[in-house]
Write a protein that binds this ligand. Structure first.
Ligand code: PLP
Length: 397
Protein backbone atom coordinates (compact mmCIF):
# COMPACT_ATOMS: atom_id res chain seq x y z
CA UNK A 1 0.00 0.00 0.00
CA UNK A 2 1.25 3.50 -0.74
CA UNK A 3 1.93 5.86 2.17
CA UNK A 4 -0.95 7.62 3.90
CA UNK A 5 0.64 10.95 2.99
CA UNK A 6 0.68 9.95 -0.67
CA UNK A 7 -2.88 8.62 -0.57
CA UNK A 8 -4.01 12.09 0.51
CA UNK A 9 -1.96 13.77 -2.21
CA UNK A 10 -3.34 11.46 -4.88
CA UNK A 11 -6.89 12.15 -3.70
CA UNK A 12 -6.21 15.90 -3.63
CA UNK A 13 -4.77 16.06 -7.13
CA UNK A 14 -7.55 14.04 -8.71
CA UNK A 15 -9.62 17.12 -9.64
CA UNK A 16 -7.03 18.44 -12.09
CA UNK A 17 -6.33 14.98 -13.48
CA UNK A 18 -10.07 14.42 -13.82
CA UNK A 19 -10.30 17.63 -15.83
CA UNK A 20 -7.55 16.40 -18.15
CA UNK A 21 -9.28 13.04 -18.65
CA UNK A 22 -12.62 14.78 -19.07
CA UNK A 23 -11.17 17.01 -21.81
CA UNK A 24 -10.00 13.97 -23.74
CA UNK A 25 -13.32 12.20 -23.25
CA UNK A 26 -15.31 15.20 -24.46
CA UNK A 27 -13.02 15.66 -27.48
CA UNK A 28 -13.53 12.03 -28.46
CA UNK A 29 -17.28 12.29 -28.08
CA UNK A 30 -17.96 15.70 -29.64
CA UNK A 31 -14.87 16.46 -31.74
CA UNK A 32 -11.99 18.84 -30.99
CA UNK A 33 -13.79 21.88 -32.42
CA UNK A 34 -16.73 21.52 -30.06
CA UNK A 35 -14.74 21.37 -26.83
CA UNK A 36 -13.37 24.58 -25.31
CA UNK A 37 -10.52 23.50 -23.11
CA UNK A 38 -9.20 26.44 -21.08
CA UNK A 39 -7.97 24.29 -18.23
CA UNK A 40 -4.21 23.95 -18.66
CA UNK A 41 -1.33 26.42 -18.79
CA UNK A 42 0.24 24.49 -21.64
CA UNK A 43 1.63 26.96 -24.23
CA UNK A 44 0.16 26.78 -27.74
CA UNK A 45 2.40 29.35 -29.43
CA UNK A 46 5.09 27.76 -31.64
CA UNK A 47 8.53 27.00 -30.25
CA UNK A 48 11.05 29.41 -31.87
CA UNK A 49 12.92 27.91 -34.87
CA UNK A 50 16.20 28.59 -33.09
CA UNK A 51 15.43 25.76 -30.66
CA UNK A 52 15.31 23.05 -33.33
CA UNK A 53 18.25 24.60 -35.17
CA UNK A 54 20.24 24.61 -31.93
CA UNK A 55 19.51 20.92 -31.36
CA UNK A 56 20.90 20.01 -34.78
CA UNK A 57 23.97 22.23 -34.34
CA UNK A 58 24.70 20.79 -30.90
CA UNK A 59 24.32 17.19 -32.01
CA UNK A 60 26.62 17.90 -34.97
CA UNK A 61 29.30 19.71 -33.02
CA UNK A 62 29.51 18.45 -29.43
CA UNK A 63 31.23 15.33 -28.17
CA UNK A 64 28.29 13.01 -27.57
CA UNK A 65 29.63 11.38 -24.40
CA UNK A 66 30.29 14.76 -22.80
CA UNK A 67 26.94 16.08 -24.01
CA UNK A 68 24.87 13.21 -22.67
CA UNK A 69 27.02 12.47 -19.61
CA UNK A 70 26.62 13.54 -15.98
CA UNK A 71 27.52 17.21 -15.62
CA UNK A 72 30.82 18.07 -13.88
CA UNK A 73 28.81 20.08 -11.37
CA UNK A 74 25.26 19.30 -10.25
CA UNK A 75 24.60 23.03 -10.75
CA UNK A 76 24.86 22.43 -14.50
CA UNK A 77 27.27 23.23 -17.33
CA UNK A 78 29.56 26.14 -16.37
CA UNK A 79 29.51 27.66 -19.88
CA UNK A 80 25.70 27.68 -19.94
CA UNK A 81 25.48 29.23 -16.47
CA UNK A 82 28.04 31.89 -17.42
CA UNK A 83 26.10 32.73 -20.60
CA UNK A 84 22.86 33.08 -18.60
CA UNK A 85 24.62 35.26 -16.02
CA UNK A 86 25.96 37.57 -18.76
CA UNK A 87 22.55 37.77 -20.38
CA UNK A 88 21.00 38.80 -17.05
CA UNK A 89 23.81 41.33 -16.52
CA UNK A 90 23.02 42.93 -19.89
CA UNK A 91 19.30 43.13 -19.19
CA UNK A 92 19.27 44.05 -15.50
CA UNK A 93 22.65 45.77 -14.98
CA UNK A 94 23.71 43.10 -12.51
CA UNK A 95 27.07 41.49 -11.87
CA UNK A 96 26.32 37.75 -11.87
CA UNK A 97 28.65 34.92 -12.88
CA UNK A 98 28.23 31.16 -13.21
CA UNK A 99 28.63 31.06 -9.41
CA UNK A 100 25.19 32.65 -9.06
CA UNK A 101 23.30 30.30 -11.38
CA UNK A 102 22.02 26.76 -10.77
CA UNK A 103 20.32 25.01 -13.68
CA UNK A 104 17.01 23.39 -12.72
CA UNK A 105 14.29 21.07 -13.92
CA UNK A 106 11.92 23.94 -14.72
CA UNK A 107 10.47 26.29 -12.11
CA UNK A 108 8.92 23.34 -10.26
CA UNK A 109 12.38 21.81 -9.89
CA UNK A 110 13.87 25.18 -8.91
CA UNK A 111 11.25 25.82 -6.23
CA UNK A 112 11.75 22.36 -4.75
CA UNK A 113 15.52 22.76 -4.75
CA UNK A 114 15.39 26.12 -3.02
CA UNK A 115 12.74 25.09 -0.48
CA UNK A 116 14.68 21.95 0.37
CA UNK A 117 17.78 24.10 0.81
CA UNK A 118 16.09 26.66 3.06
CA UNK A 119 13.42 24.97 5.16
CA UNK A 120 13.55 23.28 8.51
CA UNK A 121 10.36 21.50 9.63
CA UNK A 122 7.86 24.05 10.93
CA UNK A 123 9.35 26.98 9.03
CA UNK A 124 6.70 29.23 7.54
CA UNK A 125 6.43 30.20 3.90
CA UNK A 126 4.15 33.10 3.01
CA UNK A 127 2.22 33.05 -0.27
CA UNK A 128 -0.05 35.70 -1.77
CA UNK A 129 -3.57 34.54 -2.63
CA UNK A 130 -4.46 33.56 -5.31
CA UNK A 131 -1.43 31.35 -5.94
CA UNK A 132 -0.28 28.40 -8.06
CA UNK A 133 -1.78 25.49 -6.11
CA UNK A 134 1.34 23.34 -6.32
CA UNK A 135 3.03 25.65 -3.78
CA UNK A 136 1.06 23.77 -1.13
CA UNK A 137 2.74 20.51 -2.10
CA UNK A 138 6.19 21.99 -2.58
CA UNK A 139 6.18 23.55 0.89
CA UNK A 140 4.71 20.39 2.47
CA UNK A 141 7.48 18.33 0.82
CA UNK A 142 9.91 19.85 3.35
CA UNK A 143 7.48 20.00 6.29
CA UNK A 144 7.10 23.75 5.94
CA UNK A 145 3.91 25.58 6.86
CA UNK A 146 2.10 27.58 4.21
CA UNK A 147 0.81 30.96 5.39
CA UNK A 148 -1.68 32.69 3.08
CA UNK A 149 -2.11 36.44 2.63
CA UNK A 150 -5.33 37.70 1.06
CA UNK A 151 -5.31 40.14 -1.86
CA UNK A 152 -7.18 43.39 -2.48
CA UNK A 153 -9.97 42.00 -4.61
CA UNK A 154 -10.27 45.26 -6.56
CA UNK A 155 -6.90 44.80 -8.30
CA UNK A 156 -5.47 41.53 -6.93
CA UNK A 157 -2.39 43.26 -5.58
CA UNK A 158 -1.40 41.82 -2.17
CA UNK A 159 -2.90 43.32 0.99
CA UNK A 160 0.28 44.61 2.57
CA UNK A 161 -1.18 45.34 5.99
CA UNK A 162 -2.28 41.70 6.17
CA UNK A 163 1.17 40.67 4.90
CA UNK A 164 3.00 42.54 7.66
CA UNK A 165 0.76 40.94 10.28
CA UNK A 166 1.38 37.41 9.04
CA UNK A 167 5.17 37.57 9.25
CA UNK A 168 6.49 35.80 12.34
CA UNK A 169 9.76 34.65 13.81
CA UNK A 170 9.25 31.38 11.91
CA UNK A 171 8.87 33.07 8.52
CA UNK A 172 11.69 31.71 6.39
CA UNK A 173 10.51 32.63 2.94
CA UNK A 174 7.93 34.53 0.92
CA UNK A 175 7.01 33.28 -2.54
CA UNK A 176 6.05 35.97 -5.01
CA UNK A 177 4.79 35.23 -8.52
CA UNK A 178 4.52 38.13 -10.93
CA UNK A 179 3.18 38.06 -13.64
CA UNK A 180 0.77 35.97 -11.65
CA UNK A 181 -0.88 32.64 -12.21
CA UNK A 182 -3.95 32.74 -12.05
CA UNK A 183 -4.71 36.51 -12.26
CA UNK A 184 -2.21 37.71 -14.88
CA UNK A 185 -1.53 40.67 -12.60
CA UNK A 186 1.94 42.22 -12.58
CA UNK A 187 2.71 43.54 -9.10
CA UNK A 188 3.45 47.25 -9.29
CA UNK A 189 6.86 48.74 -8.49
CA UNK A 190 5.17 50.41 -5.52
CA UNK A 191 3.94 47.06 -4.20
CA UNK A 192 7.39 45.50 -4.59
CA UNK A 193 9.05 48.42 -2.78
CA UNK A 194 6.60 48.13 0.10
CA UNK A 195 7.04 44.36 0.34
CA UNK A 196 10.81 44.93 0.54
CA UNK A 197 10.41 47.62 3.23
CA UNK A 198 8.18 45.36 5.32
CA UNK A 199 10.60 42.45 5.01
CA UNK A 200 13.60 44.56 6.06
CA UNK A 201 11.65 45.90 9.04
CA UNK A 202 10.55 42.42 10.13
CA UNK A 203 14.02 40.93 9.69
CA UNK A 204 15.31 43.59 12.07
CA UNK A 205 12.43 43.16 14.52
CA UNK A 206 12.78 39.37 14.71
CA UNK A 207 16.53 39.22 14.05
CA UNK A 208 15.96 36.66 11.29
CA UNK A 209 16.66 36.27 7.57
CA UNK A 210 13.62 36.13 5.34
CA UNK A 211 14.12 35.06 1.73
CA UNK A 212 11.96 36.40 -1.06
CA UNK A 213 11.58 33.69 -3.70
CA UNK A 214 10.59 35.26 -7.01
CA UNK A 215 8.87 32.59 -9.11
CA UNK A 216 8.86 34.12 -12.56
CA UNK A 217 8.12 31.72 -15.40
CA UNK A 218 5.91 34.39 -17.01
CA UNK A 219 8.45 37.27 -16.94
CA UNK A 220 8.53 37.56 -20.74
CA UNK A 221 4.76 37.23 -21.24
CA UNK A 222 3.70 40.84 -20.71
CA UNK A 223 1.49 43.24 -22.66
CA UNK A 224 1.02 46.97 -23.28
CA UNK A 225 4.72 47.68 -22.70
CA UNK A 226 4.59 46.63 -19.04
CA UNK A 227 7.93 45.67 -17.49
CA UNK A 228 8.37 43.32 -14.56
CA UNK A 229 10.60 44.69 -11.81
CA UNK A 230 13.75 42.60 -11.21
CA UNK A 231 13.35 41.83 -7.54
CA UNK A 232 17.01 41.53 -6.42
CA UNK A 233 17.23 45.29 -7.11
CA UNK A 234 14.58 45.92 -4.44
CA UNK A 235 15.36 43.39 -1.74
CA UNK A 236 18.75 41.89 -1.02
CA UNK A 237 17.64 38.44 0.14
CA UNK A 238 15.93 37.62 -3.15
CA UNK A 239 16.30 34.30 -4.95
CA UNK A 240 14.99 34.09 -8.50
CA UNK A 241 13.33 30.99 -9.95
CA UNK A 242 13.12 31.11 -13.75
CA UNK A 243 11.82 28.67 -16.35
CA UNK A 244 11.71 28.35 -20.12
CA UNK A 245 8.44 26.39 -19.98
CA UNK A 246 6.34 29.38 -21.00
CA UNK A 247 8.83 31.85 -22.47
CA UNK A 248 10.05 29.36 -25.11
CA UNK A 249 7.01 27.02 -25.03
CA UNK A 250 9.14 24.16 -23.66
CA UNK A 251 7.24 22.84 -20.61
CA UNK A 252 7.89 19.18 -21.40
CA UNK A 253 11.63 19.71 -21.63
CA UNK A 254 11.94 20.72 -17.96
CA UNK A 255 14.53 23.47 -18.04
CA UNK A 256 15.06 26.60 -16.00
CA UNK A 257 17.49 28.10 -13.50
CA UNK A 258 17.91 29.65 -10.08
CA UNK A 259 19.66 32.95 -9.45
CA UNK A 260 21.41 33.17 -6.08
CA UNK A 261 22.84 36.71 -5.89
CA UNK A 262 26.02 37.37 -3.87
CA UNK A 263 24.12 40.04 -1.96
CA UNK A 264 21.79 37.40 -0.57
CA UNK A 265 22.56 36.41 3.03
CA UNK A 266 24.61 33.17 3.12
CA UNK A 267 24.63 33.01 -0.68
CA UNK A 268 27.61 30.62 -0.88
CA UNK A 269 25.91 28.20 1.51
CA UNK A 270 22.65 28.47 -0.43
CA UNK A 271 24.48 27.76 -3.68
CA UNK A 272 26.19 24.71 -2.13
CA UNK A 273 22.85 23.59 -0.67
CA UNK A 274 21.07 24.00 -4.01
CA UNK A 275 23.75 21.95 -5.75
CA UNK A 276 23.32 19.11 -3.27
CA UNK A 277 19.51 19.42 -3.27
CA UNK A 278 19.52 19.12 -7.08
CA UNK A 279 21.42 15.85 -6.67
CA UNK A 280 19.56 14.30 -3.77
CA UNK A 281 16.09 15.18 -5.03
CA UNK A 282 17.00 12.84 -7.85
CA UNK A 283 17.35 15.42 -10.62
CA UNK A 284 21.18 14.97 -10.37
CA UNK A 285 21.52 17.80 -12.87
CA UNK A 286 19.13 19.64 -15.20
CA UNK A 287 18.79 17.93 -18.61
CA UNK A 288 22.14 18.32 -20.33
CA UNK A 289 21.00 18.80 -23.94
CA UNK A 290 18.35 21.31 -22.85
CA UNK A 291 20.97 23.39 -21.04
CA UNK A 292 23.08 23.55 -24.20
CA UNK A 293 20.02 24.55 -26.25
CA UNK A 294 19.27 27.39 -23.87
CA UNK A 295 22.78 28.78 -24.28
CA UNK A 296 22.12 29.11 -28.02
CA UNK A 297 18.62 30.54 -27.55
CA UNK A 298 19.16 33.29 -25.00
CA UNK A 299 17.86 35.87 -27.46
CA UNK A 300 15.03 33.75 -28.86
CA UNK A 301 11.42 34.57 -28.09
CA UNK A 302 7.94 33.33 -28.87
CA UNK A 303 5.16 35.31 -30.54
CA UNK A 304 3.69 37.08 -27.50
CA UNK A 305 1.38 39.00 -29.88
CA UNK A 306 -0.60 35.79 -30.35
CA UNK A 307 -1.39 35.63 -26.63
CA UNK A 308 -2.13 39.35 -26.65
CA UNK A 309 -4.79 38.94 -29.35
CA UNK A 310 -6.32 36.12 -27.30
CA UNK A 311 -6.22 38.29 -24.20
CA UNK A 312 -7.94 41.24 -25.85
CA UNK A 313 -10.63 39.13 -27.49
CA UNK A 314 -11.40 37.06 -24.43
CA UNK A 315 -11.29 39.96 -21.97
CA UNK A 316 -13.55 42.25 -24.03
CA UNK A 317 -15.75 39.34 -25.08
CA UNK A 318 -16.39 38.21 -21.51
CA UNK A 319 -16.84 41.77 -20.25
CA UNK A 320 -19.37 42.54 -22.97
CA UNK A 321 -21.30 39.46 -21.85
CA UNK A 322 -21.40 40.83 -18.31
CA UNK A 323 -18.62 38.82 -16.66
CA UNK A 324 -16.49 40.70 -14.15
CA UNK A 325 -12.70 40.49 -14.27
CA UNK A 326 -9.64 42.70 -14.30
CA UNK A 327 -7.56 43.02 -17.45
CA UNK A 328 -4.38 40.98 -17.00
CA UNK A 329 -1.05 42.59 -17.85
CA UNK A 330 0.87 39.35 -18.16
CA UNK A 331 0.93 35.53 -18.30
CA UNK A 332 -1.91 33.85 -20.23
CA UNK A 333 -4.72 33.64 -17.71
CA UNK A 334 -7.92 35.53 -16.98
CA UNK A 335 -9.35 35.30 -13.45
CA UNK A 336 -13.07 35.90 -13.62
CA UNK A 337 -15.75 36.30 -10.94
CA UNK A 338 -18.08 33.32 -11.03
CA UNK A 339 -21.71 34.37 -11.56
CA UNK A 340 -22.69 32.10 -8.66
CA UNK A 341 -20.95 31.87 -5.30
CA UNK A 342 -19.91 28.23 -5.66
CA UNK A 343 -17.04 28.30 -8.15
CA UNK A 344 -16.71 24.51 -8.20
CA UNK A 345 -20.40 24.11 -9.08
CA UNK A 346 -20.03 26.79 -11.74
CA UNK A 347 -17.10 25.01 -13.39
CA UNK A 348 -19.07 21.76 -13.33
CA UNK A 349 -21.92 23.56 -15.03
CA UNK A 350 -19.54 25.01 -17.64
CA UNK A 351 -18.39 21.48 -18.39
CA UNK A 352 -21.91 20.60 -19.45
CA UNK A 353 -21.47 23.26 -22.14
CA UNK A 354 -18.07 21.71 -23.00
CA UNK A 355 -16.15 24.61 -21.48
CA UNK A 356 -13.29 23.48 -19.26
CA UNK A 357 -12.13 26.05 -16.71
CA UNK A 358 -10.51 25.79 -13.27
CA UNK A 359 -12.29 26.88 -10.06
CA UNK A 360 -10.67 29.68 -8.06
CA UNK A 361 -10.59 27.35 -5.05
CA UNK A 362 -7.67 25.54 -6.71
CA UNK A 363 -5.76 28.81 -6.19
CA UNK A 364 -7.12 29.37 -2.65
CA UNK A 365 -9.55 31.99 -3.98
CA UNK A 366 -13.13 30.66 -4.17
CA UNK A 367 -15.80 32.56 -6.06
CA UNK A 368 -13.69 32.91 -9.22
CA UNK A 369 -12.62 30.80 -12.16
CA UNK A 370 -9.45 30.75 -14.27
CA UNK A 371 -9.48 30.73 -18.04
CA UNK A 372 -6.12 29.76 -19.58
CA UNK A 373 -6.08 31.52 -22.96
CA UNK A 374 -3.02 29.72 -24.33
CA UNK A 375 -5.34 28.18 -26.92
CA UNK A 376 -6.08 28.64 -30.63
CA UNK A 377 -7.67 32.05 -31.31
CA UNK A 378 -10.63 30.26 -32.95
CA UNK A 379 -11.32 28.45 -29.68
CA UNK A 380 -11.88 31.80 -27.99
CA UNK A 381 -14.05 33.16 -30.80
CA UNK A 382 -16.16 29.98 -30.84
CA UNK A 383 -16.37 29.77 -27.04
CA UNK A 384 -17.76 33.27 -26.48
CA UNK A 385 -21.33 32.46 -27.61
CA UNK A 386 -21.21 29.46 -25.26
CA UNK A 387 -19.99 31.63 -22.37
CA UNK A 388 -23.04 33.81 -23.12
CA UNK A 389 -25.22 30.91 -21.98
CA UNK A 390 -23.34 30.76 -18.68
CA UNK A 391 -23.37 34.38 -17.58
CA UNK A 392 -26.91 34.30 -16.21
CA UNK A 393 -26.61 30.76 -15.07
CA UNK A 394 -27.99 31.58 -11.62
CA UNK A 395 -31.42 32.01 -13.11
CA UNK A 396 -31.29 28.53 -14.54
CA UNK A 397 -30.41 26.65 -11.35
N1 PLP B 1 5.19 28.50 -11.03
C1 PLP B 1 4.07 28.93 -11.60
C2 PLP B 1 3.46 30.18 -11.11
C3 PLP B 1 3.48 28.23 -12.65
O1 PLP B 1 2.33 28.69 -13.19
C4 PLP B 1 4.07 27.04 -13.10
C5 PLP B 1 3.47 26.25 -14.17
O2 PLP B 1 2.40 26.47 -14.66
C6 PLP B 1 5.26 26.62 -12.48
C7 PLP B 1 5.79 27.37 -11.45
C8 PLP B 1 5.96 25.39 -12.90
O3 PLP B 1 6.55 25.59 -14.16
P1 PLP B 1 7.64 24.64 -14.79
O4 PLP B 1 7.01 23.99 -15.97
O5 PLP B 1 8.74 25.55 -15.19
O6 PLP B 1 8.06 23.68 -13.76
Amino acid sequence: MISQKMQKLVAGSSAIRAMFTEGNRLRELYGKKNVFDFSLGNPNVAVPNQVNEAIVEILDSEDSLALHGYNKSNAGHADVRQAIAENLNERFKTDFSEQNIVMTVGAAGGLNVILKTLLDPGDEVIVFVPFFGEYRNYVANYDGILVEVSPHISDFQPDLLAFAKRISKRTKAVIINTPNNPTGVVYSRETIKKIAEILVEKEQAFDTDIYLISDEPYRELVYDGVTVPFLPHYYQNTLVVYSYSKSLSLPGERIGYLVIPNGCKDSAAIFAGAEVATRILGFVNAPSLQQKIIKKCLHASIDVAYYNRNRETLYHGLKDLGFVCIKPQGAFYLFVKAPIEDDVAFCKMAKRFHILIVPGSAFACPGYFRVAYCVAYETIVNALPVFAKLVNVEEKI
